[in-house]
Write a protein that binds this ligand. Structure first.
Ligand SMILES: NC(=O)c1ccc[n+]([C@@H]2O[C@H](COP(=O)([O-])OP(=O)(O)OC[C@H]3O[C@@H](n4cnc5c(N)ncnc54)[C@H](O)[C@@H]3O)[C@@H](O)[C@H]2O)c1
Length: 382
């Protein structure tokens, strides 16, 4: 059997996670690229890659690579993913897919033309309890949804000394907190509810007006140094929305909420029951009925088949974020082998949805009015 040949551009926090998942899914890690040839060489040793490339551009053009994982800062997603598709590669490109919806649309078009697998790691979809919630909504158990609400809170950018490339809009994009983590929440809300966020009313907050100019590592606090520099991207966002199926909702997104590390929390209130999922406690799904409260455990023997598929360990043996990543990459690779996208895989079309919502949020906040989310074209099956 010929093993899939994977290469990873960007070997920071998430590139390392991709490398592990690629291996577990049965790929050969043929090479890595980083910001300099020296750091790529060091990363190749650390991650056990067969080689390093002098640049990400060299990596995406290598005929000996089948699938490219784009794990760089955001501004490089569009050029690298576009070049990889043009070179006939399958692509897993990190979120946000591009710096704006126009860029994301270009990638959706390029992916359709290439007929290669093109996926975005909205990996929270891969928690078995998330799949269980989706199943309950889809089969009518939850009833018609009236409210979809929640938060995605972190604290690693709480202080002026906390800095990262994400703060710089040239590298991260005009939206920071919302595009970075709000995109995950919106994808999850749409994936579980089956609704589409149709209109938004948003407020943005830049609470820390100046930050250290020398960036540190993501999620490492007090990591920056150098002169203070003015911040133009938001630390937090508050978004109200309406869906295409008659629900209303709200979400608070923040990278400055002390003590909150990765608190993605979502609740869906239907006519028959309410469901709540908390990413930091993902082994349980809270199901509220007026007469009865139930905690659904991640137990492969009792979950619905669609959810049990992702419950790889017995109940009581906790699974987490890395398992979601492994399941996501495994499904993308299975889609590559099958020549068609595995159901539930987040694709570039989903990356475009997030970009369209982000653009609407930015416009709403700037113009202080409700804004319609532009329609996204139908996803093209590969
Ligand atoms: N899906 C998820 O759950 C998830 C989680 C975290 C980050 N991300 C996304 O992953 C991407 C990377 O984030 P991170 O937290 O790993 O950042 P990071 O700063 O830890 O890593 C970025 C890496 O990119 C490399 N890089 C910079 N310029 C480069 C270039 N020109 N060519 C090749 N490599 C280059 C750096 O050397 C570094 O290794 C971002 O787009 C982010 O939004 C997604």
């Amino acid at each position: 059997m010929t093993l899939l040949r994977a290469a990873i551009a960007g070997t920071g926090f998430i590139g390392t996670v991709h490398a592990r998942s690629a291996r577990l899914a049965g790929a050969r890690l043929v090479g890595v690229a980083a910001s300099t040839p020296e750091s790529a060489q060091a990363a190749a040793v650390e991650l056990g890659a067969e080689r390093h490339y002098a640049s990400a551009e060299e990596l995406v053009g290598d005929p000996d690579v089948d699938v490219v994982h784009v794990c760089t800062p955001n501004h490089l997603h569009l050029p690298l993913a576009e070049a990889a598709l043009a070179a006939g590669k399958h692509v897993i490109c990190e979120k946000p897919l591009a710096l704006d919806a126009a860029g994301a649309q270009r990638l959706v078009d390029a992916a359709a033309e290439s007929r290669r697998q093109a996926a975005v790691p909205f990996v929270y979809r891969y928690y078995p309890t998330v799949r269980e919630a989706r199943e309950r909504v889809a089969n009518g158990q939850t009833g018609a949804l009236r409210l979809v609400h929640g938060t995605y809170l972190q604290d690693w950018l709480l202080r002026a000394g906390d800095a990262n490339w994400r703060v710089d809009e040239q590298l991260g994009g005009a939206s920071r907190a919302f595009a970075d983590i709000g995109s995950h929440w919106c994808d999850l809300a749409e994936f579980v509810s089956g609704h589409r966020i149709e209109r938004v009313s948003a407020r943005l907050l830049t609470a820390v007006p100046e930050r250290a100019s020398e960036a540190g590592h993501a999620f490492a606090t007090a990591a920056g140094g150098g002169e203070l520099r003015q911040v133009t991207t938001e630390d937090a966002a508050l978004v109200q929305f309406e869906t295409d199926a008659g629900a209303i909702g709200s979400v608070v997104i923040s990278q400055i909420s002390a003590g909150r590390k990765n608190r993605l929390w979502i609740e869906l209130d239907g006519t028959e029951e309410a469901l709540a999922f908390d990413q930091e406690h993902p082994e349980e799904l809270w199901c509220g009925k007026r007469e009865l409260l139930t905690i659904v455990r991640r137990d492969p023997t009792t979950l619905s088949p669609g959810a049990a598929r992702f419950a790889t360990l017995p109940a009581g043996h906790p699974q987490g974020y890395a398992d979601c990543f492994d399941a996501f990459v495994a499904d993308v690779y299975e889609g590559i082998a099958a020549g068609s996208t595995i159901a539930g895989t987040p694709t570039f079309a989903d990356g475009l949805r997030a970009a369209l919502i982000t653009d609407a949020v930015l416009t709403s906040a700037r113009e202080e009015r409700w804004v319609d989310v532009a329609a996204s074209p139908a996803a093209v099956a590969t």
